[in-house]
Design a binder for this molecule. Sequence first.
Ligand code: AP5
Ligand code: MG
Length: 220
Amino acid sequence: MATVLILLGPPGAGKGTQASRLAAERSLPHVSTGDLFRENLSQGTDVGKRAQEFMDAGKLVPDEIVLEMLFDRVARPDCARGYVLDGFPRTLPQAEALQARLPADDEVRAISLEVDDEVVVRRLSGRLTCSKGGHMHHVDFSPPKVAGVCDTCGGELVRRKDDAPEVIQERLAVYREQTAPLIGYYEGLGLLHRIDGAQEPDRVFAELVDAATATRRETA
Ligand code: AP5
Ligand code: MG
């Protein structure tokens, strides 16, 4: 039996920040489809080339590309005990494909990090992403000790191309239209927890750990 923890939330909700902490705490791999696409992009793979135009425009990469990449990743031995999903699923067909693939005795929890648009814009316009380990910093909320250098691994901190103001607005619109309906989908399955993602990071993390360990009956 595996544990599958799904982090839902708009761009900038803190999915990456919190998923990496939760994965470390639970000794499970952190599987981020956004990070997998960015890795493919930097390695110049076919998947990376096919995803780039969608990512740069703030649109979703087509489901068939995402599903193939994701299912390949979670079939690896390190995912046998479970994994933390960040940025997947993002459409109803992706969620249905995941549910159909999971064995019936897997523990699934979907946790929605809820933040409003104003918070998203503030966070993403100041975000600094580590180009080596994917760690997050923010110019105001978590500035690095040395400018341009990741505190965790010493990698170079960069601004993501899709954090440009007009792309942030497009990502928010795409989220509302295509991803927000998943909250109702998981609620209907009795698997949903909601967390106020606008709280300070340690508070969000404490609530996330509680939600991730709650029994299935408590989630209904
Ligand atoms: P992806 O990389 O998943 O981006 P996203 O969902 O837009 O989310 P972000 O990574 O921007 O935000 P986050 O929630 O991880 O927040 P973070 O922790 O960084 O996807 C990118 C693209 O890939 C998509 O647009 C699409 O094209 C494609 N893609 C990926 N998956 C796909 C899929 N399944 N289907 C189709 N296409 C797909 O935090 C943000 C900032 O806030 C940081 O600076 C952080 O330090 C700060 N922060 C975090 N928490 C707090 C807090 N509590 N208080 C203050 N500051 C905080
Ligand atoms: Mg992220």
